[in-house]
Ligand binder design. Structure first.
Ligand code: AMP
Length: 180
C-alpha cells in the first residue's frame, strides 16, 4: 500500500514552543501550499464515505474551513461553518466547552441544517477533542446525523479521538504524532 501517511507527514511543519513553551505546533500551511499533498489530504479524509450521500460538511474555524470547504466540493455537499462566539450574523445555536483556563463557545447558524441531514465534521487536528466534542453536540442539537469526524492530524496521547468514539462518532485521522 502506498502510505498516505508517508507523503503527508513530510508536508507538515512542526514548530516547537509555539504558541507557548512545551507545545509542538503542527502547521498545515505547508501541506495546503503543496498541491499534491492538499489534494491527497482531501481525498483521503473522506475516502471511507466516498459514494455515500453526504448532505453537509461542517468545518471548525479556521483551518477546518479550508479543508472542509475542499471536502464539501469534492463530495458535492453543502458547507457549514462552525465559528467562535460572536462571528455569525443570523440566529445561532451555541455550545460552551472548556479551555485550559476558563471556557469558550462555538456557534452555528440555527438554519444551517435540518434534522436528519447527514453531516461529516472536518478540522485540521484533534488534540484533547474538546472543540470537536462541542461541535458534535452543536450538530446534534439541530438533529444532524453525524456520519464521521475527519482530521488530518491526531495527537493520540491527548485522547480526543477516543472521546469522539465514545460519543458514537466514527473518527478518521490521517497522521499521528506522539507527544503534545
Ligand atoms: P482540542 O480541542 O484540544 O482537540 O484542540 C483542537 C484545536 O486546537 C484544533 O482546531 C487545532 O487546530 C488546534 N490545536 C491544538 N493543538 C494543536 C497543535 N499542537 N498544533 C496545531 N494546532 C493545534
Amino acid at each position: 500500500m502506498t502510505s498516505p501517511d508517508f507523503d503527508l507527514r513530510a508536508s507538515i511543519r512542526s514548530i516547537p514552543d509555539y504558541p507557548k513553551p512545551g507545545i509542538m505546533f503542527r502547521d498545515i500551511t505547508t501541506l495546503l501550499g503543496d498541491a499534491r499533498a492538499f489534494r491527497r489530504a482531501v481525498d483521503e479524509l473522506v475516502q471511507p464515505w466516498a459514494g455515500m450521500k453526504i448532505d453537509k460538511v461542517a468545518g471548525i474555524e479556521a483551518r477546518g474551513f479550508i479543508l472542509g470547504g475542499a471536502v464539501a466540493h469534492q463530495v458535492s455537499a453543502g458547507f457549514v461553518p462552525i465559528r467562535k462566539k460572536g462571528k455569525l450574523p443570523h440566529k445561532r445555536v451555541s455550545v460552551a466547552y472548556a479551555l485550559e483556563y476558563g471556557e469558550d463557545m462555538i456557534e452555528m447558524h440555527a438554519d444551517a441544517l435540518v434534522a436528519g441531514e447527514r453531516v461529516v465534521l472536518v478540522d485540521d487536528l484533534i488534540a484533547t477533542g474538546g472543540t470537536a466534542e462541542a461541535a458534535v453536540k452543536l450538530l446534534r442539537q439541530l438533529g444532524a446525523n453525524v456520519l464521521a469526524a475527519c482530521f488530518v492530524i491526531d495527537l493520540p496521547e491527548l485522547g480526543g479521538a477516543d472521546k469522539l468514539r465514545k460519543m458514537d462518532v466514527p473518527v478518521r485521522t490521517l497522521i499521528s504524532f506522539e507527544g503534545h
